[in-house]
Design a protein around this ligand. Structure first.
Ligand SMILES: NC(=O)c1ccc[n+]([C@@H]2O[C@H](COP(=O)([O-])OP(=O)(O)OC[C@H]3O[C@@H](n4cnc5c(N)ncnc54)[C@H](OP(=O)(O)O)[C@@H]3O)[C@@H](O)[C@H]2O)c1
Length: 222
């Protein structure tokens, strides 16, 4: 458990990746607020987790309520709804870290890298939110199906952000889901993680892999 973060709001936590993160972090002891566009859907997702694990601290909310109440917020919605969702929760994000997992996939060619004009979805989010919110990018290369199951995951997580302390916090949260997080530089470098996802999607399709991932080789000495 990190010193500064006890509660995590997961916006779009009713979906595949957010649902997987809710499952993993709640079981690691964090208070999880599942955010949705509708209260009922958020509550249903929380109930599904509690039916399986009754002792967890998980509740369902509308996105803004979840963002406002939590110590840290995670955005897990499709790219085309990234900015419209941030618009609805902006006041609840002030002074907080926002983990952005968005991959800027543009259907139908999701196996082709198509980064936005700003360079990456994460930089687009930071530009939209301004300096009062610290955007940290992570989890783009982890298949949601792995987080929804209880097996070890062969995938590392590239963590990018403009403030080292915020990256440290997110690396702790990566560890809490059983993965290894790497300081991968400033938020501009999120472009690399976001682009890699289209490469992984192509590998999945071409080689019949279910949720390929990345592993960084080499032993850290510091
Ligand atoms: N799936 C993966 O394996 C994976 C891996 C790495 C990164 N990612 C990234 O994670 C993000 C979420 O992916 P996902 O596969 O979990 O997506 P998803 O299951 O398709 O959708 C997640 C949630 O987004 C919300 N949503 C859907 N349409 C919306 C709209 N029109 N406006 C606002 N919110 C809407 C929904 O929540 P409510 O209906 O409850 O509001 C939905 O449950 C994406 O940016 C994706 O690139 C996914």
């Amino acid at each position: 458990m990190t010193d500064t973060v006890k509660s995590i709001a997961i916006l779009g936590g009713t979906g595949d990746l957010g649902g997987g993160l809710a499952r993993q972090w709640s079981r690691a002891g964090y208070q999880i607020l599942i955010g949705s566009r509708t209260l009922e859907k958020g509550q249903a997702a929380a109930k599904a987790l509690l039916d399986e694990f009754p002792d967890l601290n998980v509740t369902g909310h509308e996105n803004l309520e979840a963002a406002t109440a939590a110590d840290l917020v995670v955005l897990t919605v499709p790219f085309e709804h990234q900015l419209s969702t941030l618009e609805t929760v902006k006041p609840g994000l002030i002074g907080k870290i926002l983990i952005d997992v968005t991959v800027p996939l543009v259907p139908p060619k999701v196996g082709t890298v198509q980064l936005p004009e700003s360079g990456s979805a994460a930089v687009q989010a930071q530009n939209f939110l301004g300096d009062e919110v610290q955007v940290v990018s992570a989890f783009q290369n982890v298949g949601a199906m792995h987080l929804q199951e209880d097996h070890s995951i062969e995938c590392d997580v590239l963590v990018t952000g403009n403030k080292r302390a915020a990256r440290d916090t997110v690396i702790e949260l990566v560890k809490a889901v059983g993965l290894k997080g790497w300081h991968a530089g400033p938020l501009a470098n999120a472009a690399a993680a976001e682009a890699l996802t289209s490469v992984l999607i192509t590998i999945n399709r071409h080689h019949g892999v279910e949720g390929s991932g990345i592993v960084i080789t080499g032993e850290p000495t510091k």
